[in-house]
Ligand binder design. Structure first.
Ligand code: SF4
Ligand code: SF4
Length: 439
């Protein structure tokens, strides 16, 4: 797709980058088949091809409207479309540029602005944890809708204190330590079992993803620079060999530091090196299978686990299957342990059944709905219902699902197939045929 950049974007690095990305698009529409918002809303402009066209128009100087903003807001940035694009269009990068340009042209309504500012400052601010603690203390007295959003306080469990030869820095992020403290301590215990000491990265700041996806590019870069200042010395000195991240959305953002700060003479080099030394948990544990296998103990009851591979893990980190593979290997080892245990004891023990049931892949977890809800857009509800249907299907076919994920009959149309194949939607071919670029 040829793009004639408007004068104001000519000679700008983002303008040229966007032009080059749009130039790769051959308009085939394959990407629509894996786009959740297109599948649910059925509007060409809520699919990647339509969004590319909208961004192209903005790059060529057409004034963006609230409608342009609406269609870009609805994109969940899941990057599923990149997996089916034969031309290698980097849609994730393009939509970030597009949102930034549209944000400069279209003023948001006051309620929208307030909500976005609350998310931006509230989730990443130092007062998030104390506010949550206060909410948990008075949870029983809160009105039901607010109470549902305040999780019960959790005991994080013990943090291993052994000194190890191998050390890694753990990025804890902005909300996870307060909302789910169990995740970081479980990570530290598993790494300890693998012979790796975990040190908590200093400056518990946001990775920058929240601001980045809320079109606050400068705020995101500010957070990225602060994190590099805080984390890089421990890695540069050799005290820690890598930065480990146990939230794939944050890992995806840290991996982008090198790219986002490529033109900053002070930070470019360190940002690139930090991105290169950033690892998802599954990448590290894949190399520790032997140490971990030796420490597996046979459990006393059958257990089944449903695993949802996040879109960032699959599409941004490109680690589809890594966690499933590691967990399945662990499950096989645990079953072997159980059989050996039974033989030794020469009696019938309960069958140990550690099986991993990947939740149907290719659909978004809903984190993107946060942005969708910020804009008061209607995509959030169908997305939520559809995910509920998918997990409900996992429940009936394989694993128990939490009660909150039960789908209603009205959501039956979103019920998934038990494979990772994209779900064809009735009439999608006809919709593609109806596509009018000038719309
Ligand atoms: S990033 Fe996800 S929601 Fe956005 S256009 Fe691509 S597939 Fe659709
Ligand atoms: S699949 Fe790729 S080339 Fe085809 S329309 Fe989508 S973005 Fe363009």
């Amino acid at each position: 797709m040829q793009t004639q950049l408007a004068d104001r974007y000519r000679n700008s690095s983002f303008g040229e980058e966007a032009q080059q990305i749009v130039g790769k698009c051959v308009h085939c529409g394959f990407c629509n088949a894996t786009c959740p918002t297109y599948q649910l809303l059925g509007d060409e402009l809520d699919g990647p091809r339509g969004r590319i066209y909208l961004i192209k128009q903005v790059l060529e100087g057409k004034i963006a409207t609230e409608r342009t903003q609406l269609h870009l807001d609805r994109c969940l940035t899941c990057r599923n479309c990149e997996t089916t694009c034969p031309s290698g269009v980097q849609f994730g990068r393009l939509v970030d540029i597009g949102r930034h340009l549209v944000e400069q042209q279209v003023a948001r309504r006051p309620a929208d602005r307030t909500l976005r500012a609350t998310l931006r400052e509230g989730l990443t601010g130092s007062w998030f944890a104390p506010t949550l603690k206060l909410g948990q203390a008075f949870r029983n007295w809160l009105p039901q809708p607010i109470r549902n959003s305040v999780p019960q306080p959790l005991d994080a469990g013990p943090w291993p204190m052994r000194r190890r030869e191998r050390r890694m820095l753990l990025m804890t992020g902005c909300v996870q330590p307060a909302l789910r403290p169990t995740i970081d301590s479980a990570t530290a215990r598993v790494f300890d079992a693998a012979g790796i000491e975990i040190r908590v990265a200093p400056a518990r700041a946001c990775c920058g993803a929240i601001r980045h996806h809320l079109a606050d590019a400068q705020g995101a870069l500010r957070e990225a620079r602060a994190n590099i200042d805080a984390w890089w010395p421990a890695i540069e000195s050799g005290e820690c060999e890598a930065l480990v991240v146990n939230a794939s959305g944050c890992a995806a953002m840290v991996l982008e530091y090198g790219y986002l700060l490529r033109e900053d003479p002070l930070y470019a080099e360190r940002a690139r090196k930090l991105s290169e030394r950033t690892r998802d948990v599954s990448q590290v544990l894949a190399g520790c299978a032997t140490e971990l296998r030796e420490q597996l103990k046979p459990a006393g009851a059958a257990q089944r686990v449903a695993f949802h591979p996040p879109c960032t893990l699959q599409n941004a980190l490109k680690l589809a299957g890594a966690t499933e593979h590691a967990a399945a290997a662990g499950a096989r080892a645990a079953r072997a342990q159980a059989r050996a245990h039974r033989r030794r004891k020469a009696r019938r023990d309960p069958v140990v059944e550690h099986r991993l049931h990947p939740a149907p892949a290719g659909w978004n977890c809903g984190a993107g709905d946060a942005l969708d809800r910020v804009a008061g857009r209607p995509a959030a509800s169908p997305m939520r219902n559809c995910r509920a249907g998918r997990f409900s299907a996992t429940e009936t076919s394989a694993a128990p699902a939490p009660a909150s994920t039960t789908a209603s009959a009205s959501e039956a149309r979103c019920r998934p197939r038990p494979t990772a194949e994209p779900v064809p939607r009735p009439g999608s071919a006809a919709r593609s045929a109806r596509y009018r670029p000038g719309r």
